[in-house]
Design a protein around this ligand. Sequence first.
Ligand code: SF4
Length: 294
Amino acid sequence: MIDLKRNTKGEYVEATGLISQKCRIYQPNQKDDFKISRSRFGEFKDCPRCFYLRLVKGLQSPGMPQFKLNELTDTLLKKEFDECRKIQKPHRKLIEDGLEHIVPYDAGITKIMNSKKEEKEWQIIDVWRESKNHGLKYKFKDTNIILQGGIDDVWLNTKTKELIVVDYKSQASPKKVSQDTYFDKSGYHGSYKTQLDFYAYLMKGMNLEYGISDDSYLYVVNGLDVEEGFNAEIKFSETLIHHKIETDYLDYEIQNMIETINTDKIPESNKSCKNCAYARQRSVIDTLGEIKKE
Ligand code: SF4
């Protein structure tokens, strides 16, 4: 896709292909703390080379358009669950599915300093949701790497007193969403399991007041193609997809990720990646001249 660089005023500016903020570039074996997000970890799993080129070499890959409709469904679901959180009642979908012993977790309030050095009160769940500056955080063992992730929701199993990791997912598919087939065929649905495991891993490391449940859920809303037509509204089905949390494998994978950025060796690429294939083909037929040195 074509991704044109603009400044904050919306004006086109020259794209350099490099990250401008040096603090977001990792120096192999650096001592200062460095944050790595859940999505970067996902990139490492898909292609260690791209992950390395971005984190260590500071290359900026073209962006993707923002999925505003998905964001909206997330926001609306968060509002619904926050209403239930205030009164500590189960959400209607959980009652419908016989899970009335599960309520949205109320982690309380904390104070956070904003960029103007003003202290503001935040709901802790909103701190955990905010992936840019806050989110769930856990410093990996005795390293300088802070793992981070913005979670959609955390529920409390009132019977077992365990916290449940939850992510909201929006999609539009003519196929019925079902537990039996959800993780079967689609590769990226499989990556949602890692996402849930990663959040559970962070929460385990944070030593919260309750333990972390082996049960986690995706709250999947599926846009339906209805006979009546659009009429300025989209109807959705709602399905809870269960995933049994596994976190043991993450220790090894995260260690591997950290070792990768602590070397000078650029890892192999993913042979299935269309972007790299495109770049290779393009370099054969298209020369854009010398790259300007910064
Ligand atoms: S194969 Fe190439 S373009 Fe694709 S993710 Fe890896 S380094 Fe990036």
